[in-house]
Design a protein around this ligand. Structure first.
Ligand SMILES: [Zn+2]
Length: 215
């Protein structure tokens, strides 16, 4: 979409003439105007929860980088797509993050459950836009894969918060007492999570389609 800002007294005729006179420029720049403002291509992933940072290597990156794959360079993440397949790459990356989150959080949550004596039945991983965690009626805990990109203390907090729902469904005073008993003061973690979208890269909470097309 092209937006032209004009004063309130500008007539339709003047606007039409302006567009007509600048038609060539508008047509020439049309690809820029329809592209999302920021390139959604991802260069690296910071897994703060694991104190680990990975550089992304695309299928059409220079050969030395690709060859590192055979030496199992731990600091690279190898995507099976070239750089121009943005949507496919983002989809792959999001699935990778979900899998990595499941591998990482399964033993982590089991450990916290054992430590606190708070029980759950199963763990699932999601990439929903707004919820960092949930505890449902079948005692399944769902965690946002984007938590992998947050500090370990935040992951601990979300896990303990959800585990405390095994005792109390609501966010009553008794619930918060249980959280403070098992986690300690949680004010800082809660503040962080309120603004967590600012810490996360857009690909971790917007769908690839939204990213490629612009929001
Ligand atoms: Zn809750």
């Amino acid at each position: 979409m092209l937006t032209i800002a004009v004063g309130s007294k500008t007539s339709k005729a003047i606007m039409a003439r302006f567009v007509q006179q600048n038609k060539d420029w508008i047509v020439a720049h049309a690809p820029d105007l329809t592209r999302a403002p920021e390139s959604p291509l991802v260069a690296s992933v910071d897994l703060a929860a694991l104190s680990m940072s990975l550089k992304l290597c695309y299928a059409d990156d220079p050969k030395p980088m690709i060859e590192n794959k055979h030496n199992l360079q731990p600091s690279y993440l190898y995507l099976p797509y070239p750089r121009d397949q943005t949507e496919a790459s983002l989809l792959w990356l999001r699935n990778w993050l979900k899998e990595k989150a499941f591998q990482t959080f399964s033993p982590w949550l089991a450990h916290l459950s054992q430590q606190t004596g708070l029980s759950y039945h199963a763990l699932t991983i999601g990439l929903h836009k707004t919820r960092w965690g949930s505890y449902d009626q079948s005692a399944t805990i769902n965690l946002h894969a984007g938590l992998l990109l947050m500090p370990p203390a935040i992951v601990d907090y979300v896990m303990i918060h959800e585990l405390c729902h095994s005792l109390h469904w609501d966010h009553s005073a008794a619930f918060w007492q249980a959280v403070s008993q098992h986690y300690g003061p949680s004010q800082e973690a809660r503040q962080y999570l309120k603004k967590a979208h600012h810490h996360l890269p857009a690909w971790a909470y917007l769908s690839p389609r939204e990213l490629v097309l612009g929001r």
